[in-house]
Design a protein around this ligand. Structure first.
Ligand SMILES: [Zn+2]
Length: 181
């Protein structure tokens, strides 16, 4: 190990010592107790039925972005939806449900990475870069239409185009896209 590496290791160790996880554990405990009292105990018959079987009406594809909180945004209850979350909400296949929902969002880091990826990028063996290449067809569409626009506009359009691109590839009954704002 070189001198520089040892300094980095020491810096990381110091940073880790500064992280007080007791607050985070308390936060999780508070959240679980709140769920037990306000949700589970109040609606126990509903949870008893769900324990036996589930019949979700939706399959939702959404970004893993922590700001995309589907239970809050769509008021989903337990049993309402299968959730498939990944970077940039790519659609990777689906089951037999009544509705497939693809949730895109603004300021998506995955889409920004996709749009910044050079066309001739060599394999990096970086998980995110390899993953994000799934969206290259959507990026190509955006660049064909908005190649002369600023990078921020291209990202914004790709957030919408990747969503529409995914919806249009769904079979057998691709539904049209719509947007909330
Ligand atoms: Zn995202």
């Amino acid at each position: 190990m070189q001198d520089g590496d040892e300094t980095k290791v020491e810096t990381t160790k110091t940073a880790l010592r500064r992280i007080d996880i007791s607050n985070l554990i308390e936060m999780i405990e508070r959240g679980f107790i709140h769920f037990k009292i306000e949700e589970f105990n109040k609606f126990s018959p509903c949870f008893e039925e769900l324990a036996k079987e589930q019949h979700p009406k939706f399959l939702v594809f959404a970004c893993i972005d922590s700001r995309v909180c589907l239970s809050r945004v769509l008021d989903f209850r337990p049993g309402d939806a299968f959730m498939a979350r990944n970077i940039a909400n790519f659609v990777l296949g689906f089951n037999q449900v009544e509705v497939i929902l693809v949730i895109g969002h603004s300021k998506c880091g995955g889409i920004k990475t996709l749009m910044a990826l050079p066309d001739d990028a060599a394999p990096t063996y970086d998980f995110i870069h390899d993953w994000i290449k799934i969206g290259l067809p959507a990026k190509a569409k955006v660049m064909a239409e908005f190649g002369n626009e600023p990078f921020e506009i291209q990202c914004k359009m790709c957030e919408k185009k990747s969503f529409r691109f995914e919806v249009s590839t769904l079979e057998p009954n691709p539904s049209s896209g719509f947007e909330f704002s």
